[in-house]
Design a protein around this ligand. Structure first.
Ligand SMILES: Cc1cc2nc3c(=O)[nH]c(=O)nc-3n(C[C@H](O)[C@H](O)[C@H](O)COP(=O)(O)OP(=O)(O)OC[C@H]3O[C@@H](n4cnc5c(N)ncnc54)[C@H](O)[C@@H]3O)c2cc1C
Length: 551
């Protein structure tokens, strides 16, 4: 006889954990199934930077930021660019999600012990008009404790439910199919994978040791996206972004394989907006990799000069931290799948942050002493310095001629000409003498420094790139880094999945990245950042509560 519960959750990432804890708290029995071992509980969220999109918070107000639901919706809609019939539910989810981020999200997390680092970050700054892409104000709230700090409250609640007998984990159980009886999804079946005690995040064995079937009144799919499966990323790559990159690195572990998405689609669920994805353009190869093709994203401050592979400066407003999708589109239009930052030691020490829990031991380890060093500006954080020393994408030289010849040597061509780069850098350097320049990137730097958070820890004092006092010069080769899936299964606000016939599939729910974080793509084309973990919280909570009510 197959084991039974009220609800089965596929995936022990953040969305699955949130859903499962809501179900258990409602007094129902839930089974959480995950193909990975217990050591990987929390999925991608564990590795994340823990950045959360929140609106009109005490943290913002303390820094003098005036935010509101209306401003955030304006920004969200300007970034999403919803333009399809199937954007009906994604748009409803977007509005509901911004209301959550401006409403109970912070208090709900706080009641579970979640805390926030006091300096609010300013991601995706746009640079178009008020109705265009980007955050009008800083909104990126970093979890004190980064990724592990956002997983912790839900893992704690799940363990309590496990002890109370309402929640069961089934690790190393890989779902291969849904079971459907009389038109209703009523379980899952699949393979039990052999035990494997590899470190968290490393690829685990796929050797099958048995099979299983589980039954329930509802199944919630929270199996993540496709970012670890480059074949699928290339397959879904949209024409509007040019040819899919030949070389990509992975910002997610291999288990983010998209396999479950294919299984659910084959069972009749409606997958929408699969061509919308969120990949970064500031990826660097990890010198100490955990998963295959492991890359890290640089979260850049505003001052690095950005050149394409041929040595042309990226056009305004495609400056560091402005418009990830616009940058990707531009870079792919050059016929090359990489670009370059050129900067100084003064910039790297103040402006480079690396996304991910393991790259931020100060915030992850909740050390005020270590974190305070970010503001004292004595040197770059240790993980950044380590990349500068060991990272294959970093070049450090005392003069521009040597820098450019090392850049050409790294990529094995001679596309970059020192005179060309020199002319562009000197022109930019002339603009730095006044606080009222015409170079839009220089204007952005002055604007950033008017925000106390940026002046404190994110934006270097304006200086000439070729001023030896701020050297040495640094070049960083930037690769395309796969990360997030913006499309997903179309769901209503209760996270119930629509079938390909346009009707709700009874018994089937989707949450997190598998649901495009809600509705099948609540971000539209672009994200304002910090919206993915938040999307897991919101859609996981909705799915869990609705499935518990219905079962
Ligand atoms: C380095 C890094 C930094 C990030 N930083 C941020 C940030 O600062 N802010 C932000 O908002 N977002 C961030 N993100 C993104 C965010 O962490 C993810 O989008 C989110 O955690 C996805 O959660 P999920 O629960 O939907 O999926 P996942 O975490 O991918 O979990 C899915 C789970 O399902 C399991 N699974 C899949 N298929 C099956 C199957 N067939 N059978 C059984 N189990 C299966 C997988 O093993 C996995 O454990 C970051 C991500 C990374 C990797």
């Amino acid at each position: 006889m197959a084991e039974e519960a009220d609800v089965i959750v596929v995936g022990g990432g953040l969305a699955g954990l949130v859903a499962a804890t809501e179900i258990a708290d409602a007094g129902k029995r839930v089974i959480v199934v995950d193909q990975e071992g217990e050591q990987s509980l929390g999925g991608q969220a564990f590795w994340s930077f823990g950045g959360l999109f929140l609106v009109d918070t005490p943290e913002q107000r303390r820094l003098g930021i005036k935010d509101s639901y209306d401003l955030a919706v304006q920004d969200w809609l300007g970034s999403a660019g919803f333009d399809r019939d199937e954007d009906l539910w994604p748009r409803r989810w977007a509005e509901a999600y911004v209301a959550f981020a401006a409403g109970e999200k912070r208090a709900w997390l706080r009641a579970m012990g979640h805390r926030i680092f006091p300096v609010v970050g300013w991601a995706e700054r746009g640079g178009y008009d008020a109705m265009g892409h980007g955050n009008s104000v800083p909104r990126f709230h970093v979890t004190w404790g980064t990724g592990p700090g956002i997983v912790e409250p839900f893992e704690r609640r799940a363990r309590e439910a496990e002890r109370a007998g309402r929640l069961t984990f089934k690790f190393r159980h890989r779902v291969d199919a849904l079971t459907i009886s009389n038109g209703r999804v009523d379980g899952v079946s699949g393979a039990i994978l052999e035990p494997d005690h590899v470190e968290r995040g490393k690829s685990s064995s796929r050797k099958v040791a048995g099979d299983f079937t589980l039954r329930a009144q509802a199944v919630i799919v929270a199996s993540g996206g496709i970012g670890g499966n480059h074949d699928l990323v290339r397959h879904n790559w949209p024409e509007r972004l040019g040819k899919a990159p030949e070389n990509m690195i992975s910002g997610v572990p291999e288990h983010v394989d998209g396999r479950m998405i294919g299984i659910i689609e084959a069972a009749g669920a409606r997958l929408i907006n699969r061509d919308r994805m969120w990949h970064y353009v500031e990826g660097i190869r990890n010198w100490s990799p955990i998963w295959p093709r492991h890359g890290i994203r640089i979260l850049p401050g505003p001052s690095s000069l950005w050149f394409d592979a041929t040595g042309r400066r990226l056009p305004s407003p495609l400056f560091p931290g402005s418009d990830t999708l616009g940058q990707l589109q531009y870079i792919m239009s050059t016929g090359h799948d990489y670009s370059w930052f050129v900067l100084t030691q003064s910039i790297i020490k103040k402006e480079f942050a690396l996304s991910g829990s393991e790259q931020n031991p100060d915030l992850t380890g909740k050390s005020w002493l270590m974190t305070a060093r970010r503001a004292t500006n004595k040197g770059a954080p240790a993980p950044v310095e380590a990349f500068k020393t060991h990272g294959v994408d970093f070049i450090v030289r005392d003069n521009l001629a040597d820098l450019v010849s090392a850049m050409n040597a790294l990529v094995g061509n001679d596309l970059l000409k020192v005179e060309n780069l020199k002319a562009q850098i000197e022109a930019r350097d002339r603009e730095i003498a006044n606080p009222y320049a015409k170079d839009t990137q220089v204007l952005n730097i002055h604007n950033a420094r008017r925000y106390v958070g940026d002046r404190l820890i994110r934006t270097a004092k304006p200086h000439r790139i070729l001023d030896p006092a701020h050297g040495p010069l640094i070049a960083v080769k930037l690769n395309i880094l796969t990360r997030k899936t913006l499309g997903g299964f179309e769901t209503d606000l209760d996270s119930r999945v629509f079938g390909q016939d346009g009707k709700i599939m009874p018994g089937l729910y989707a949450a997190g990245e598998a649901a495009g974080f809600g509705g099948g793509g609540m971000h539209g084309y672009r994200s304002l950042e910090g919206t993915f973990l938040g999307g897991c919280l919101f859609s996981g909570r909705n799915a869990g509560r609705a499935a518990a009510r219905a079962s």
